[in-house]
Design a protein around this ligand. Sequence first.
Ligand code: TYD
Length: 140
Amino acid sequence: MNRFVSDIHSCNVVELTKIHNPAGNITIIQNGSHQPFDVKRVYYLYDVPGGSERGGHAHKNLYQLVVAASGSFDIIVDDGKNKKIVHLNRPNFGLIIVPGIWREIVNFSSGAICLVLASEKYEENDYLRDYSEFKKLKNS
Ligand code: TYD
């Protein structure tokens, strides 16, 4: 997806495979399932102090699938024109974030785990950390 023209309508919640079991459920994410990319990296945010806000950047090429593996939080996605708030609170639902979308993650519940599956390995060059630069990119 082209980061210059991508918009928040491409950032959707997908329902992930869930195997029900009275002894505990399993959710599976593998290449070729619900996310429109192959996974090269997995990371997770945890021990987030109450009131903290994460994110505050966009990516040039990275796709991500974000899951509340435990607890809940809100993700604000912003394409430079429109914003929406997505509340994640179930481990079998995830939000796809496409390239060129500014995101903030807020309202972490205590014990929340924000699991992120990413299409690329970590590369600082892929980040847009300045909101006015981001707006310039989206309006160019
Ligand atoms: P960042 O993605 O800015 O955090 P968040 O969006 O969750 O607030 O990353 C915070 C720091 O961690 C930053 O200095 C880069 C480092 N980092 C890595 O080294 N590798 C990674 O895969 C990630 C996600 C972050």
